[in-house]
Design a protein around this ligand. Structure first.
Ligand code: PHB
Length: 392
């Protein structure tokens, strides 16, 4: 029996250990339940993102009577703290210790890369509901690994294209220094250069620091005509407030992670921020209307992009499970059904590329009065660059 003290001695955090309370419970497989291992941040700057994803996974399951494909669902939740050094240990515990049937995780690209490495070796059907690390659906792509969110470069390019269309010519970028920031900036720079835009400087800040004053001073002296930013969660809110307080008067842009989930708290400080994202709350389609109403009723707040990604992870899994009557031992058929899935998501039409990354629309939004408003379609049915999945 692996107990709490044993895990702590192996460097697993107290928060994560308490999530492993179910080690002492009888095996769900024996009782017919479907055990879904959840690796998400429930603490730290990305905690609200993990929470939004979890809420949708539970909402979807509850709206299907607590079952998927006829099987009672149990979630085993682990807090990954967005800490890459802990990811291998925690993923192994979910797969080998908890013997999860399915793995869903996570938010942070660095954690996800370590998680996916293990998931590929094991073969457990795995869904990534946020982390955008390009490599997951490029070189690491695998038969059993799916993503219901985006690839970092994919969204960076879509945002850069929109900034060119808006007439911008000289940019400064600011981002957290790890895979997500580097790739979102990389994708942006390709699109911006293709449109004859010039990047004056890339400013990076260690994750998850929120000390932005020297970056703001540099922007003031460089005088770009726009600023492109990747921050998310608690860090994004702090950046929005600091940027407004600096009164630079330079248009602020970024992938919509900058504003999703923090728009209400940003208040007037967020007015005028333009973002590009694969979701916006006022999309006029029946799936979105039903989803927004159900989420609002259950949690008393509107859903954000992270909630949509969690909802679609549950939907995708449901499609896969139905194809095998809930028998997760039939991994090949389950994976094939998820790879072929095509459905209407709250974000619009949803399908996967051969590398299992969404092919999707991107929308231009503007934040005003604490709400992201839909300005129009930025790009339709965009896939990430891929050479196709060469299965391991
Ligand atoms: C990531 O690490 O891939 C990541 C984190 C937060 C976001 C988007 C991407 O909002």
């Amino acid at each position: 029996m692996i107990n709490r003290r044993h895990l702590l001695s192996m460097g697993v955090s107290a928060g994560a250990v308490s999530a492993f309370g179910s080690f002492a419970r009888p095996s769900y497989a024996q009782s017919g339940s479907l055990k879904i291992g959840i690796l998400l941040p429930f603490s730290g700057t990305y905690a609200p993102l993990g929470e939004a994803i979890m809420r949708s996974l539970e909402l979807y399951t509850n709206s299907h009577g607590g079952k998927l494909a006829g099987r009672e669902v149990s979630f085993v939740k682990v807090d990954d703290e967005s800490a890459p050094p802990k990811a291998t240990e925690l993923t192994t515990k979910l797969i080998k210790g908890e013997k999860a049937d399915i793995l869903i995780g996570t938010v942070h690209s660095g954690v996800a890369m370590a998680m996916v490495k293990i998931a590929r070796e094991d073969g457990i059907p795995t869904i990534v509901p946020n982390a955008g690390a390009d490599i997951i659906t490029r070189a690491m792509c695998a038969e059993n690994v799916f993503r219901t969110s985006f690839a970092n470069s994919q969204i960076g390019r879509a945002t850069g294209d929109s900034m060119i269309k808006a007439g911008h010519k000289k940019a400064v970028t600011v981002s957290w220094k790890y895979a997500a920031g580097e790739e979102m900036v990389g994708g942006f720079k390709k699109a911006f250069a293709a449109g004859k835009g010039e990047v004056l400087k890339d400013i990076t800040i260690p994750f998850p620091d929120v000390e932005f004053q020297s970056a703001l001073a540099e922007i003031a002296s460089l005088k770009p005509d726009c600023v492109y930013v990747f921050f998310s969660g608690g860090g994004a809110l702090k950046f929005i407030k600091d940027y407004a307080a600096a009164k630079l008067g330079i248009p602020l842009w970024g992938p919509g992670f900058l504003t999703d989930g923090v728009e209400a708290e940003a208040g007037a400080a967020g007015d005028g921020i333009k973002t590009v994202l694969h979701y916006v709350g006022d999309l006029d389609n029946p799936e979105n209307k039903a989803f927004v109403a159900a989420f609002q009723q259950a949690y008393k707040i509107p859903p954000d992009v992270f909630a949509v990604q969690g909802w679609d992870a549950a939907h995708l899994l449901d499609i896969g499970l139905k194809a095998v009557d809930g028998d997760t031992a039939k991994r090949t058929q389950l994976n094939a059904a998820m790879a072929a899935a095509s459905f209407n998501s709250p974000r619009g039409p949803f399908k996967l590329s051969s590398a299992h990354n969404p092919v999707q629309n991107f929308y231009l939004r503007e934040l005003k009065g604490g709400k992201n408003n839909y300005l129009g379609l930025a790009a339709a049915a965009i896939a990430d660059d891929t050479v196709g999945c060469k299965l391991a």
